[in-house]
Design a protein around this ligand. Structure first.
Ligand code: CP
Ligand code: NVA
Length: 300
C-alpha cells in the first residue's frame, strides 16, 4: 500500500478527518483519565525543525513518549541537511531508520520533495504555505466547545498566510463558511481560494467578516521569516486587530482562536485573548491529542 503523508489537509478525506477529530477527543479523555495506551511502542519519529517552535515540538515529542515510542529532534544546525545534503538523499536515508518524519520548513515544495523520496509518512509541521496540524487542533477545539461545525461561519482576520490557507482548506473539508478580511497586498493565494470557492470568501472589512460569525480567528502579522517586514506590516494591518469592539459584532457565543504565539496589542487585544470567549489554551493543548490521533492513523 502507498505511504500516506500529511502535507496538507487535502491528504485526508472528509470522513478520515472527521474520524480523526473524534479519535483525538477520545485520546484526550484517555490521557486525562491517566490511561496508559502505547500503540507505537518502539516506533521512532524524526522531527526536522528549520524554524523555531514551542507547541509543535513539545506536542509531537510528548505524544510519541505517551504512545510508547520515541522522537528525535533534528536541527539543520547539527545535521547534514544544514550543510547542503540533498533533500532527496536525506529523505531516503532517514526514512530507512525512522517510522515517520515531521518537518517544519520554509518552502512547501521542499516538504513535497522530501515526501516523494520518503518510504515512511511525512507530516507537515508548518511551511510558508500551510499549517495543517494546527487545523486539526482548531477543529477539535471547535467541536468540543460547540459541536459539529457544519454550516457554521468562521471569520479570518489578518494575514493571508499559511494558517489562512489551511483554514480555507478546512472550510471546504469540514463544511463551514469562512469569511476572510485581509488588507490589500496580503491576500491568500488565489489558487488555494479557488478550490474552496463555495466555502471561503474575501470580505471588504473585518466588521463584514465577523458579522454574526461563530468563530473568530487571527494570527501574527509577521510570520517566521518575515521579521524584517514588521514595520510595514504594522502599518498595513493597523485596522485588523481583533479587539473587544470587533468581537461584539460576532455571534454572542462566538469563540476566539489563535494558533499562538500571540502578540497582544497587535493582531489581538489582551482583553480578547485573555477573555471568556478565548479558547486558545484548549486549542494549544489539542495539538497534543489531535497529533496523537494523526500518528496513530498514519502508523498503525
Ligand atoms: N502554533 C504553533 O505551531 O506553535 P509553535 O510555533 O510554538 O510550534
Ligand atoms: N503564521 C505563523 C504561525 C506560527 C505557528 C508563522 O508561520 O510564523
Amino acid at each position: 500500500m502507498a505511504v500516506r503523508h500529511f502535507l496538507t489537509l487535502n491528504d485526508l478525506s472528509r470522513d478520515e478527518l472527521r474520524a480523526l477529530i473524534q479519535r483525538a477527543i477520545e485520546l484526550k479523555r484517555m490521557q486525562h483519565r491517566g490511561e496508559i495506551y502505547q500503540p507505537l511502542k518502539n516506533k521512532v519519529l524524526g522531527m526536522v525543525f528549520e524554524k523555531s517552535s514551542t507547541r509543535t515540538r513539545v506536542s509531537f515529542e510528548a505524544g510519541m513518549a505517551q504512545f510508547g515510542g520515541h522522537a528525535i529532534f533534528l536541527s539543520p544546525r547539527d545535521t547534514q541537511l544544514g550543510r547542503g545534503e540533498p533533500i532527496e538523499d536525506s529523505a531516503r536515508v532517514m526514512s530507512r531508520m525512522l517510522d515517520a518524519i515531521m518537518i517544519r520548513t520554509f518552502e512547501h515544495e521542499k516538504i513535497e520533495r522530501f515526501a516523494e523520496f520518503s518510504g515512511v509518512p511525512v507530516i507537515n509541521a508548518l511551511t510558508d504555505r500551510f499549517h495543517p496540524c494546527q487545523l486539526l487542533a482548531d477543529m477539535q477545539t471547535w467541536v468540543e466547545h460547540r459541536g459539529d461545525m457544519t454550516g457554521k461561519t468562521a471569520a479570518w482576520i489578518g494575514d493571508g498566510n499559511n494558517m489562512c490557507h489551511s483554514y480555507i482548506n478546512a472550510a471546504r473539508l469540514f463544511d463551514f463558511q469562512l469569511r476572510i478580511a485581509v488588507p490589500e497586498g496580503y491576500l491568500p493565494d488565489a489558487a488555494i481560494l479557488a478550490i474552496s470557492e463555495d466555502h471561503a470568501h474575501l470580505c471588504a472589512t473585518p466588521a463584514v467578516a465577523v458579522a454574526g460569525a461563530d468563530l473568530v480567528v487571527t494570527d501574527v502579522w509577521s510570520s517566521m521569516g518575515q521579521e524584517e517586514e514588521q514595520a510595514a506590516r504594522e502599518k498595513a494591518f493597523a485596522d485588523y486587530q481583533v479587539d473587544a469592539e470587533l468581537m461584539t459584532q460576532a455571534a454572542p457565543d462566538a469563540l476566539f482562536m489563535h494558533c499562538l504565539p500571540a502578540h497582544r496589542g497587535e493582531e489581538v487585544s489582551a482583553v480578547v485573548i485573555d477573555g471568556p470567549q478565548s479558547v486558545v489554551w484548549d486549542e494549544a493543548e489539542n495539538r497534543l491529542h489531535s497529533q496523537k490521533a494523526l500518528l496513530e492513523f498514519l502508523l498503525s
